[in-house]
Structure formats: structure tokens, C-alpha cells
Ligand binder design. Structure first.
Ligand SMILES: NC(=O)c1ccc[n+]([C@@H]2O[C@H](COP(=O)([O-])OP(=O)(O)OC[C@H]3O[C@@H](n4cnc5c(N)ncnc54)[C@H](OP(=O)(O)O)[C@@H]3O)[C@@H](O)[C@H]2O)c1
Length: 333
């Protein structure tokens, strides 16, 4: 394809991205050329598409931190035309042209093979959000294995920002692995949705809004937090002796108004989760686990699909907190 194809381009700082026509001459010189089939809208894509700061580092840049597609052309023997591949993060849509496009050329080392049995549309539905949730679950499992503590041995695992992309897939994954899950949400209309994903209990997120005592009653064996700020401080203070909290996001705040008390008096571990620069072997491990552990019927039930031209409308909604679950972008549509 050398004639035009469409892409969401962030043209300048502070301005919303625009849907433009590009040609192959606009692609980077080196790398694997991918016929993109699907992308998705994560919180970061919302920021990039609406011209908000913090994601796009150079202009002009194609937005989109996820892509799923088929290899068209590869300079390395590792990848061949027809291979089904995906990229999450790796600078996509931040420092390099991203995935909200019909065509991309990316570094060969960023590519992950889409696991057999997982359709390209479902791989995009999982996207960075689901990949991040899986990394958090792996951190909890590995913590339990290394300390001999059993997260399912009594108290539930808390998931905050539960109706969001990361949170929804975290709830579904943990429940399918047999953990008891409590979901924290600010959305009353999401209670049935979260129970359908496998949450056995639901708490109002506003109980975490004010920073409480440095050590509070132990409520959680572990937690996956997408919210940050006072929420993360309170969750740390409520995590049981030897527990782990996987910090994924900052939907509320990048602050951490906490003390060291949970660490030094309860041996709580704060595990940092970063999907963008995750090493390659870990990426494939996480994707293989997602293909195995995630209930794909549930994934379908939390996924909305939109055409490429409609991605910006979803961006606006994700920033206002009114998107639930995952949104796939069918870029050929
Ligand atoms: N570490 C990484 O590599 C990585 C990867 C992906 C995402 N992230 C980060 O993780 C966070 C979640 O991403 P996402 O794509 O899941 O976003 P999302 O779909 O917008 O979900 C965020 C959820 O957080 C809750 N929330 C929103 N504003 C809040 C506030 N002010 N206070 C408390 N809760 C609030 C809402 O859930 P309820 O309505 O249920 O309360 C919302 O659905 C973002 O900060 C994102 O940048 C990090």
C-alpha cells in the first residue's frame, strides 16, 4: 500500500489530534511494516487524542499506544509476512508513531506474537490495559511464591479503579484464577457489571478519598491499584502483614501521601508495574498467560468496538470517566 492510509496525528502541543491521510513515505526508515487491523483507547490515548500533556513527547506523532496487525514486510528473519503481531507501549504513541493508524513500521524487538487461539480483535480488547493487569497479577503471584504467603488464604484482593480498563481485566483475571476479589468503584451503575466479572464484594471508592491513619485494620491480602494518591496510601495502610500492592496507575493522582509504617511494621511490599518498557520475554509470558487465563466471553462482554474516525469521541469520554471496560478501534472501518 503506497497510496494514502489514515492515521490519528498529534500535530502540535496542546492541540487535539486530527485524522489525516499519510503515505508510506511518512513511515520510519527501519523496522517491520505492519498492516494494522486494530488498536484500542486507553487512558493515555485519551490524553494524546485530546491534546492533553503527558503522553506525546514529540510532534507530529501518530497517537495510539497499542496495535495489532499482520506483518507485511520485515528486514529480520524473525518475522515473516503474514505473522500476527501486537505491540503495547515501547514508546508507541509517545516517542514513536503509534497504533491509531492503518499502517505502521516498528522496531522488530517490540513485536509480540499474538498467541494462537486469540483473535486479533480480542488481543486489541486486552491491549495495554489487560497486559498491565496481567503484569500486576504476575507480581502478586510471584510475591506469594517468594514469601510463602497465600493471597487467597483469608482476606480478599482489592482492585481499585475497577470499572476502568486495567481494573476490569484485573477483576476478571483474579476471579478466574480463584481469588476472592473486592472491587472499588465510584460508579454505582457498575456494580452488576463488576459482579459479572467475578467480584464478590464492592466498596465505594470515596472511602479512600481522605488519607487515614498510617496503619489501619488489615482488610486486603493484596491489591491492584490504578488510582494512586490518597487511595494508594489507604490501601497500603489496610494491607495485611506480608501482603503486596501492585501500583499501576494514577487515575486520581501521582502523589503518594503515605508513611513507611506499612513497610516496616507489616512487611507490606509496594510493587511497581510498568508496561511500556517491560522486557520482551516477560511480555510474551504475560500474553501467553492472558490467552490461557482470561475468560474470552467475559472479555467480549466488556468490549465496545468503534471505527477509526470515532476514536476521538471515546477519548473525550475516557477522560471524563464515563467509559467502562475496553474500547477496540477497528482501524479499517
Ligand atoms: N503502569 C502502566 O504501565 C500502566 C498501563 C496502563 C494504564 N496505566 C495507568 O492506569 C490508570 C488506569 O488506566 P485505564 O486505561 O484503566 O483507565 P480508565 O479506563 O480510565 O480507568 C480508570 C478508572 O479509575 C477510576 N477513577 C477515575 N478517576 C478517578 C479518581 N479521580 N479517583 C478515583 N478513581 C478514579 C474509575 O473507575 P471507577 O469508575 O470504577 O471508580 C476509572 O474507570 C491510568 O492512570 C493509566 O495511565 C498504567
Amino acid at each position: 500500500m503506497t497510496d494514502g492510509w489514515r492515521a490519528w496525528l498529534a500535530q502540535e502541543k496542546g492541540a487535539p489530534a486530527t485524522l489525516v491521510n499519510r503515505t508510506d513515505e511518512a513511515l520510519r526508515v527501519d523496522g517491520v511494516t505492519v498492516d494494522v487491523e486494530y488498536s484500542s483507547v486507553n487512558f493515555k490515548d485519551g490524553l494524546a487524542l485530546m491534546g492533553r500533556p503527558g503522553v506525546v513527547r514529540s510532534f507530529p506523532l501518530v497517537a495510539g499506544i497499542d496495535l495489532v496487525g499482520t506483518v507485511v514486510d520485515s528486514p529480520t528473519e524473525e518475522w515473516s509476512p503474514g505473522d500476527r503481531v501486537l505491540v503495547n507501549g515501547c514508546g508507541l504513541g509517545e516517542t514513536d508513531d503509534g497504533g491509531l493508524t492503518e499502517r505502521a513500521r516498528v522496531d522488530a524487538s517490540w513485536l509480540v506474537r499474538v498467541p494462537d487461539g486469540l483473535s486479533s480483535a480480542r488481543a486489541a480488547a486486552i491491549g495495554t490495559a489487560g497486559f498491565t493487569a496481567m503484569l500486576a497479577v504476575l507480581a502478586i503471584e510471584e510475591h506469594a511464591a517468594s514469601t510463602g504467603s497465600a493471597p487467597q488464604g483469608g482476606r480478599p484482593i482489592l482492585v481499585t479503579g475497577a470499572s476502568g480498563g486495567v481494573g476490569s481485566i484485573a477483576v476478571a483475571l483474579l476471579a478466574s484464577l480463584g481469588f476472592e476479589v473486592t472491587a472499588s468503584t465510584g460508579s454505582e451503575s457498575s456494580h452488576d457489571y463488576l459482579r459479572a466479572l467475578g467480584a464478590s464484594d464492592i466498596v465505594d471508592r470515596h472511602q479512600f478519598d481522605e488519607v487515614g491513619k498510617p496503619l489501619q485494620s488489615e482488610r486486603w491480602s493484596a491489591a491492584i491499584d490504578s488510582v494512586g494518591g490518597p487511595t494508594l496510601a489507604n490501601v497500603l495502610a489496610q494491607t495485611e502483614y506480608g501482603g503486596v500492592v501492585a501500583s499501576c496507575g494514577l487515575a486520581s493522582s501521582s502523589d503518594l501521601p503515605a508513611t513507611v509504617m506499612p513497610f516496616i511494621l507489616r512487611a507490606v511490599t509496594l510493587a511497581g508495574i510498568n508496561s511500556v518498557y517491560c522486557p520482551r520475554a516477560r511480555r510474551q509470558e504475560a500474553w501467553d498467560r492472558l490467552a490461557m487465563d482470561l475468560d474470552l466471553g467475559l472479555l467480549d462482554s466488556i468490549t465496545e468496538t468503534v471505527a477509526l474516525a470515532d476514536a476521538q469521541g471515546v477519548a473525550e469520554r475516557i477522560l471524563s470517566g464515563s467509559v467502562r471496560g475496553r474500547t477496540v478501534v477497528d482501524v479499517k472501518n
